[in-house]
Design a protein around this ligand. Structure first.
Ligand code: 3PG
Length: 204
């Protein structure tokens, strides 16, 4: 799932008409996945719009908090569910719907709960506030098989610090497509930011 892209743009979008141009800007910049967060009423419609209008793009649903939202995003065509915390009801629903789930964890206890549910890819959230790279390195010692997808407070200034950690599979964040740019239709900025990020990470 995260093999091609080690970077996941995290999106807040409230205008369905902006969904496809946004996906195109991200794609043209060099990434083939994006996470649409369920922080707006229009999020599921935006996921659907991309699945129909730009089907090559891999669309994940983020900020999924309830079992009803799992139904909603599966219906919209999301390929993966990402959650800020570890909610066993949401995990079970994802299993029932046969959609991969990446739950948020940031403590040893939460990681062990995830492992007991058979999950070894976790979102490390909120990454910077929860101890950043130092915390991931510390957690990687006892949990050698766990792979982390840190998000929260990551941007172009620190993304490489995360990506050099062996247990980090990918990094997510809103820095490549802040909601202001999306609202204003500044897709050129999104394209440039994705390109700039990929150039930076490929230099290292
Ligand atoms: C997420 O849901 O992954 C985060 O809210 C993204 O955090 P950021 O806006 O600090 O990148």
């Amino acid at each position: 799932m995260f093999n091609d892209n080690r970077i996941i743009p995290v999106i807040i979008i409230s205008d369905e008409k902006k969904a496809v141009p946004l996906a195109k800007a991200i794609w043209d910049g060099g990434l083939s996945c994006m996470e649409i967060t369920l922080r707006t009423k229009q999020a599921a419609d935006c996921i659907k719009a991309i699945r129909i209008g730009f089907p090559s793009m891999h669309v994940y649903a983020g900020t999924v908090l309830t079992v009803n939202q799992v139904d909603e995003v599966v219906g919209a065509g999301a390929e993966c569910v990402v959650t800020p915390g570890l909610n066993q009801l949401v995990v079970s629903k994802c299993r029932e719907k046969k959609i991969p789930v990446v739950p948020g964890c940031c403590t040893p206890t939460e990681i062990e709960q995830a492992l007991s549910l058979g999950i070894d890819i976790i979102k490390f959230f909120p990454a910077e506030a929860a101890g950043g790279c130092k915390m991931i390195r510390a957690l990687s010692a006892p949990y050698g098989n766990v792979r982390f997808v840190p998000t929260g407070g990551i941007d172009i200034s620190n993304v490489n610090n995360y990506l050099t950690i062996k247990s980090v599979l990918a990094c997510g964040g809103s820095w490549m497509a802040p909601d202001e740019w999306i609202k204003n239709g500044q897709f050129e900025n999104v394209y440039n930011s994705v390109k700039e990020t990929l150039t930076l990470i490929n230099q290292n």
